[in-house]
Design a protein around this ligand. Structure first.
Ligand SMILES: Nc1ncnc2c1ncn2[C@@H]1O[C@H](COP(=O)(O)OP(=O)(O)O)[C@@H](O)[C@H]1O
Ligand SMILES: [Mg+2]
Length: 225
């Protein structure tokens, strides 16, 4: 758990760092500086919420789940995710309207998506990087039929055009501490996303083409009204 928390903090620090750097390089334009500082502050607020959550764990309150519209959550996270991706990887959101609600902890959801966006950033180079995040309602899918589940899901797809993974890497992504990034990685990002999805009764599928990119599908059980 300590490693996972340190990982979340480091990701959040990337968001804050990006906002501050952007502010620093636009000192001549007060309106831009204010916007970039507001973005950095969103990172600080997320960090404060993470700290409160740790205190809650201490008090054994546990994680609280809310019925959330994942498209709306993602729209609120747009700047946070763009700052996490840094200046040379573009984040494109395509949020479907009117999707069923799902039970999630919004801060864990934000941490999971940020994890995937930062992996996409690490896999893309040269300013051509793009990570597309879309939401859709889905009833049946090959990955889901394996679960033997009849219920509806909301799929959040995080797709990058980065380096992709060879088979021997793709097979190990859910393994804690498996990383190809040396001292810059800790191999806790994808396992943490996996644990989060298991906790809410969902499912993750990763597919990757070396040289073309990586797609991570998160399937959230929908709440039937
Ligand atoms: N979007 C991606 N594109 C290419 N490789 C990826 C992607 N996501 C994960 N990986 C691979 O999976 C490994 C494990 O990822 P993760 O658990 O997030 O740990 P870390 O990012 O600290 O290495 C990475 O080191 C990388 O080799
Ligand atoms: Mg990672």
């Amino acid at each position: 758990m300590t490693g996972g928390i340190a990982h979340d903090f480091r990701n959040i620090l990337s968001v804050i760092d990006c906002g501050l750097r952007l502010a620093d390089s636009n000192l001549g334009d007060p309106d831009k500086v204010r916007t970039f500082i507001a973005g950095a502050r969103e990172g600080v607020e997320e960090g404060v919420r993470l700290t409160s959550k740790l205190l809650d764990f201490g008090r054994q309150d546990g994680v609280k789940l809310y019925a959330a519209d994942l498209s709306a959550l993602l729209k609120n996270l747009e700047r946070f995710l763009q700052y996490g991706a840094g200046p040379s990887t573009r984040v494109v959101l395509e949020c479907a309207p009117a999707i069923p609600k799902c039970l999630v902890d919004p801060d864990q959801f934000a941490a999971a998506i940020l994890n995937l966006v930062i992996n996409a950033r690490d896999a893309t180079t040269g300013g051509e990087g793009e990570v597309r995040i879309n939401t859709s309602r889905c009833e049946s899918d090959n990955a889901l039929s394996k679960l033997g589940s009849e219920s509806a899901y909301v799929r959040v797809r995080v797709q990058d055009n980065g380096s992709g993974m060879p088979g021997h890497v793709a097979r190990r992504v859910f393994e804690p501490f498996f990383t190809t990034k040396g001292y810059k990685g800790n191999g806790l990002g994808v396992p943490q996303v996996g644990a989060f999805m298991r906790h809410i009764g969902g499912h993750v599928a990763v597919s990757s083409d070396p040289g073309c990119g990586t797609t991570v599908d998160l399937f959230f059980p929908a709440i039937e009204s």
